[in-house]
Design a protein around this ligand. Sequence first.
Ligand code: UD1
Length: 420
Amino acid sequence: MDRFVIEGPTRLEGDLAVGGAKNAVLPLMAGALLSRGTSVIQNVPDLHDVRFFMTILEGLGARCSLVGGELRLDTREAEGREAAYDLVRKMRASIYVLGPLLAFQGEARVSLPGGCAWGPRPVNLHLEGLQALGAEIALDRGYIHARVPRGGLLGGRFRFEPVSVGATCNVLMAAVLARGETILENCAVEPEVTQLAVGLRDAGARIEGVGTPTLRVQGPVTIAPLRQTVIADRIEAGTFMAGVALAGGRVRLTGVDTVHVAPITAVLREMGCGITEAADELVIASEGRPVATEITTRPYPGFPTDMQAQVMAACAVADGTSFICEGIYADRFTHVAELQRLGAEIRVDGARATIFGVERLQGAPVMASDLRASAALVLAGVAAEGTTTVNRVYHIDRGYERIEDKLAGLGARIRRVSAR
Ligand code: UD1
C-alpha cells in the first residue's frame, strides 16, 4: 500500500486548477443507465471511485472509457440488474444504480451497503422513496430486491427526512420514468444533485424546481444518453483553501465555482484568511496562525461535512479554542485520534469536538481512515514540523487526483512511496 512522506513545515504558494467533482460524476454515471446509447461526460477526474464505478457499469454490460477527462458510457448492451456485495461494500455510491435499474429494467438486485467507519449509514429513504412510486421492495439475504409493479412505476409524493443527497438522486432517477406526476419534497440542493437534475432535464426529463428543495417530475419520458460537463469540485477547492489556512501562503485556484464554495469561503474568512474572488477563480492568502472558529456541518448551502476534517486540521493550530459540531454524521471523527498523534489537542463529546489550538503540529506516522480524513492529515503534515508519514493513501486516491503532485506544485515537500 502506498504512503505519503511529507517534510514540513512549508507554505503553499502558486496556482492550481481545480478538477471536476467526484460527487457529481458518480450520479451522472448511474444516470447513463436510464437510456440505451453512449453518454458522454466531460471534465471527469481520473479517480479510483470513478474507475470503480466504471467496473460496476461494466458488470452490468456497459462499455466504458475514460480518456483525457472524457468519459464515454455505452449502455446499448447493459442488461444486467445486479450490483453484488463485493462491489457495493467497497463503494457506497454503488447504491446509485438502484433507482435507474429499477426504472429502466423493471427490476434490480443491489447489495445493502452496510455501515462505514463513521457508523451506520441507512438507506431507508432510498427504499421508501422508491416505494412511494409503487416499487415492490424486499430485503433478501443482504440484498435489496426491487421490482416495478404491474403497469410500471407510478408518480407519487415523497418527503425526504432528513435531507439526503443519495436518496434524492436515486429517487429522482426513478421518477423520470414513472407515469404521471411525482413531487419530491425536502430534496437535497447540493450542486452535485442539481447537476444530475440538469443532466436528466437536458436528456429529456421533465423536472421543475431544479436547484430547489421541491422537485416536480412529469413522466414517463424517453431519456437520451447524457451529455454533461462536470462542475468544479468544491471540496477539492475547499481542501486546498484549508491547506492555506493551516500552512500559510497564497494560492490562486482556477476553475472554481465561487458560489458553490461560498459556505467554505465564509468560514475561512472568519478564520482570518484573505479571500478575493473573480468570475471562476479565487485567491486565498493567510499569514500566521488562523483565528479559532465555530462550525456546524449541515446540508448545502450549509458548511459541508466533507470539509469538516480539513477545517479541523486548521483549527488545530488556530489561536484560541474552536468548536465543531457534526450535523450530518455524528461519528465522523476518525481523523481526531490521528491529528492528536501530530500534537493536536481535541476533545470529542458526542457529535461535538472542541479544538484547543496549539502553536504548531509535530510530524509523526499517521493512518488515513477515510477520504476526507486523509486529506486533513496530508494538510496537517505539510504544516507540521518534521516528517509525517500518511499510510493507506488509497483512501485519498479515491477522491483526489494526484494530490501529491498538486501540493508539490504549491511548494509542499511530499512524495509517494509505493509499497513493493
Ligand atoms: C453525505 C453528505 C454529502 C457527502 C457524503 C460523503 C449531506 C446532506 N450529505 O451524502 O454531502 O458528500 O455524505 O461524505 O451533507 N439518511 C437517512 N436515510 C437514508 C439516507 C440518509 O437517514 O436513506 C441520513 C444519513 O444518516 C445522514 C443524512 O441522512 O444523517 C444525510 O445522508 P446522505 O446525504 O444520504 O448521505 P450521502 O449521500 O452519503
